[in-house]
Design a binder for this molecule. Structure first.
Ligand code: GDP
Ligand code: ZN
Length: 288
């Protein structure tokens, strides 16, 4: 029988098949081979009796993340807020680069639009509108939520973004069950607390599935190589290979087409700034 792992707790994996969820153990051989089943894995299971089943095969993964340990993500939804917390574009670009690196589709979701007028959304529109699909929502008033659901229908998606932007709140609105817990606002801080303890994969209202993960709040220096980074910025890709030097890193080299595109306003300065920061970070890491 075929299914998808929707939860893993204390050595058991919960596999959702067409009609049922089975509590499974992983085949002993996996551990010997160092294979760890991930939530999101497509697997083959064998039912031994009513209460027990084993996973005997994990199908090849489309992609996999290690923090959090999830696999087969179709779409990564990068969530940011218009306010509380204030937009952090450097962090936004790190999440975007991570999503590109793992080859997921990308949707930008700007939350808390109830806290601002149209002007507050302008910064996001100006920088990202021409690069990525974007939805503006409010987890509080539910404005834009139907559009978000529609976009994610039929896909397996995960929400990523800094803490406090409203990921758990949005999860609650999207899941067909009300299982994510939204933290209370602390007395001293404006931030919500994410209370999810383990990774789960939920059915979404209207079709599709959504990961509920405790992680994804930050992203370490990417494993991308220096020469690969520009490929993770879709708006830079048309210019790659057009510079004077083949190994141009687009920093201070002469006749750099990417820098020229920044000057011409074809690549946004903010995005180029993130690119530079990340290149320096990769270069610094490499020296140690
Ligand atoms: P997470 O850390 O990203 O999971 O964020 P939470 O979902 O815990 O939300 C953090 C805080 O923001 C909570 O106090 C929420 O009630 C609040 N919040 C979430 N969405 C919205 C929204 O659309 N508008 C407003 N005003 N507050 C929101
Ligand atoms: Zn260049």
């Amino acid at each position: 029988m075929e299914g998808i792992i929707v939860k893993g707790v204390a050595g058991f994996y919960y596999v959702k098949t067409k009609n049922e969820i089975y509590q499974c153990k992983a085949r002993g051989l996996f551990r010997k081979d160092g294979i760890v089943p991930f939530v999101g894995d497509q697997v083959s299971i064998r039912v031994l009796d009513d209460n027990e089943a084993i996973i005997y095969e994990i199908h090849p993964r489309k992609n996999q993340f290690t923090r959090p340990p999830i696999s087969n993500v179709d779409c990564l939804v990068i969530v940011m807020a218009v306010k509380k917390p204030e937009p952090n574009l450097a962090m936004m670009d790190r999440f975007l680069v991570m999503a590109e690196f793992y080859r997921t589709e990308i949707l930008i979701c700007i939350n808390k639009i109830d806290l601002t007028d149209d002007e507050g959304l302008q910064i996001y529109r100006e920088i990202y509108d021409s690069i990525y699909p974007m939805v503006f929502v409010s987890g509080k008033t539910e404005q834009g939520i139907p559009l978000l659901k529609k976009y994610l229908r039929g896909r397996v998606s995960a929400l990523a973004g800094p803490s406090g932007v409203g990921k758990s709140t949005l999860l609650n609105k999207m899941e067909s069950r009300d299982l994510a817990t939204v933290g209370e606002i602390g007395q001293k801080s404006q931030r919500g607390k994410h209370t999810t303890r383990h990774v789960e994969l939920f059915d979404m209202e209207g079709g599709g599935m959504l990961f509920d993960t405790p992680g994804f709040t930050s992203f370490d220096v990417m494993d991308a190589k220096e020469g690969e980074l520009a490929f993770l910025y879709p708006e830079m890709v048309p210019y790659i290979g057009e510079c004077r030097y083949d190994n141009c890193r687009h920093l201070s080299e002469p006749d750099c087409r990417i820098r020229a595109a920044v000057e011409d306003g074809k690549i946004h300065k903010s995005r180029y700034g993130s690119y530079m920061d990340q290149i320096y970070e990769i270069q610094t890491m490499r020296r140690y």
